[in-house]
Design a protein around this ligand. Sequence first.
Ligand SMILES: *Cc1c(COP(=O)(O)O)cnc(C)c1O
Length: 374
Amino acid sequence: MVDLRTQYEQIKTDIDRGIQAVIDSTSFVKGPAVEQFAHSLEAYTGARHVIPVGNGTDALQIALMALGLKRGDEVITPTFTFIATAEVVALLGLTPVVVDVDWDTMNISVDAIRRAITPRTKAIVPVHLFGQCADMEAIMQIAKENNLYVVEDACQAIGARYTFSDGRTLQAGTMGHIGCTSFFPSKNLGCYGDGGALFTNDDELAAHIKAIANHGMVVRYHHDEVGVNSRLDSIQAAILSAKLPHLDEYTRTRQSAAAYYDRAFADNEHILIPSRAERSTHVFHQYTLRLQGVSRDAVREQLQSRSVPAMVYYPIPLHLQKAYQDERYKQGDFPMAERLSECVLSLPMHTCLDEEQLKYITANVLEVIELCSR
Ligand SMILES: *Cc1c(COP(=O)(O)O)cnc(C)c1O
């Protein structure tokens, strides 16, 4: 699904130099490499503050902690997403309120958010799924009208740009009160281990986030609140600093691979290619097809036997997960998410797909679909 080796070989000198410099400095934790990376990412994203942490899940958890929510407060999230989004809500004793997604963009449905708001609702966590932004203009409007916080889960969408109707263009993760991202190796900006970051334009929230990520401490050994220990290590920061200058080029490479896939599949009656959201660019963390009139699982198996990896993100929506069983929800409540979980199929997507590979993948997908639809 991803080719991290070829990408590494292309920038090996810079990466190796960065890692060696951290080792030479012996400043492994909270070193200047982390601060330098945070500043570069502020410049890149336009966020006023970037606070690096240990991973994307921690980023989401710390974001919700920083908002000072109380047990029982409701947090709205899409039911079609990676589990981390709702996991942190549950872990903090908050109440996840899951809502359906749009069939086309696969992102959180704005109408569903509106219907889910109660007097206990305190925050919305939209997920910019597969690399394109949820409808942030509408979401920020709803948040404003109802006095809610918005925490963007931008773990899959770093570098995606969203244009508001007044012409402003902002990056994924910088539109809500807080944005979260992940530097997991396979993400669009990935390190060589775990990493994540929070974005905010709010000085007070930034200070609070930094304190929480550092054991709830502002003055050394004075703990004003219960925090966590979550940091990006210096070696990962050095790797990310070497990769960040390439992010736009990586995004373009992903987009042109997506365009190749689109051309190959556009006319096939069994394949729906990814829809493009009206106001967002798509950075293609995943290239995800929706299949119709054919068994997705049969297609996937056949592809696997032809050495074409294909993955199902995500096979079970949150409300049908065992750990998240809740009397409020049952099968059938979120028809779009349930339908998507049965028909989505993600194809290999990374920065080193060459024409030969794309040709092999698309030819096999078309052949297998033909076989499986008979
Ligand atoms: C990857 C991901 C996360 C979690 O990131 P980690 O760094 O693996 O903790 C959260 N949400 C979404 C949507 C993701 O894709």
